[in-house]
Design a protein around this ligand. Structure first.
Ligand code: SAM
Ligand code: SF4
Length: 328
């Protein structure tokens, strides 16, 4: 069985947000004061594993665990272990802020996690604290080191670049990636929900500007390989490091979209930049253990996957949910 949407795109990639909670409060992602979902509304680890299995039985080859911060969810390793054993799954991956990796890197690897994306927006401790509001840079750097020591290869850093906050650090970030044998992606900020202390429009920095900045210090060779995702990659000098640019504003990548997202409360989002969704929690709670009914609901949901994203309407954000509830 496979999941093909109305625009003939094959859906092979599921991103699962396992919690909306986080130990950071990044300025572009969350407000300082947050009300999180009550636990009863969040899918249990058991329900998450059942949904993961249903998707792999429908042809999904890759699952990425994200959040919120996945590693703050209690007993989340049990979920990694279950998903890591799914037949038909080629890749289990994780996006994390890195703060808990010194504790979990080894276990993640033995649970079958293949690759890690670690978010890192600044290499300056004071600035890192301002961007995350509470995060400690040293802990994240130690987490990156722990992940390398655990044997993870081609770890990818994710940096959201904001014009007045960290755009002057892109050269340092690429140099850091190169020195530590990492890849790095620069992300244009997406207008998801409204956040306080931060005016998104004033902070926008396009991938093109970043590439121009970097080309003064590095030789960037465009790579033709496509990941089916929004990143476009360049090789840095003669190193193994690749630099990617995720440009939801300046480059449209919807035609090759192969993914859907499951929110922590069990809403299957068919597109990051649209509100089209189906409530899978209602299905798993009404018919616990009924995998056939769950799979039928997923097949039906794919029929409403929109053709492309529309983050804004008349220049106003139209998506009201924040990234931590979406599963970025
Ligand atoms: N807590 C984990 C982390 O920070 O890596 C996983 C969840 S976080 C929502 C996933 C990614 O989304 C991070 O790389 C973060 O920088 C990015 N992100 C959050 N809000 C964003 C926004 N408004 N626009 C673009 N990227 C955003
Ligand atoms: Fe937490 Fe990740 Fe959002 Fe930062 S980007 S607040 S680390 S969920």
């Amino acid at each position: 069985m496979s999941l093909i949407d109305p625009f003939q795109r094959s859906i092979t990639y599921l991103r699962i947000s396992v919690t909306d909670r986080c130990d950071f409060r990044c300025v572009y992602c969350m407000n300082e004061e947050m009300t999180f979902l009550p636990r009863s509304q969040v899918l249990s680890l058991e329900e998450l594993a059942d949904i993961g299995r249903a998707f792999t039985e429908l042809g999904v080859k890759k699952i990425r665990i994200t959040g919120g911060e996945p590693l703050v969810r209690r007993n989340v390793m049990a979920l990694f272990r279950r998903l890591g054993q799914l037949k038909g799954l080629d890749e289990l991956t994780l996006t994390t802020n890195g703060s808990q990796l010194t504790r979990f890197a080894k276990d993640l690897r033995s649970a079958g996690v293949k690759r890690l994306n670690i978010s890192l927006d600044s290499l300056r401790a004071d600035r890192f604290r301002e961007l995350t509001r509470v995060g400690e840079l040293d802990k994240v750097l130690a987490g990156i080191e722990a992940a390398r020591a655990a044997g993870f290869k081609r770890i990818k850093l994710n940096s959201v670049i904001l014009k007045n906050r960290n755009a002057d650090e892109v050269i340092d970030l690429v140099a850091f990636a190169k020195a530590n044998d990492l890849d790095i992606s620069f992300i244009e900020e997406m207008p998801l929900g409204s956040v306080t202390d931060h005016v998104r429009r004033e902070e926008f920095c396009s991938s093109r500007e970043l590439r121009e900045q970097l080309s003064g210090s590095f030789e960037l060779t465009p790579l033709s390989e496509q990941t089916g995702g929004p990143s476009r990659y360049w090789q840095v000098d003669d190193s193994a490091t690749r630099v990617g640019f995720i440009s939801p504003h300046s480059e449209n990548f919807c035609a090759s979209c192969n993914r859907v997202r499951l929110t922590a409360e069990g809403r299957l989002l068919l597109c990051l930049g649209n509100e089209h969704s189906v409530d899978l929690k209602a299905v798993v709670r009404r018919y616990p253990g009924d995998q056939e009914r769950l799979k039928a609901a997923i097949v039906d949901a794919i029929k409403i996957k929109p053709e492309r994203h529309y983050f804004t309407h008349d220049d106003e954000p139209q998506i009201l949910r924040l990234m931590n509830t979406t599963g970025g």
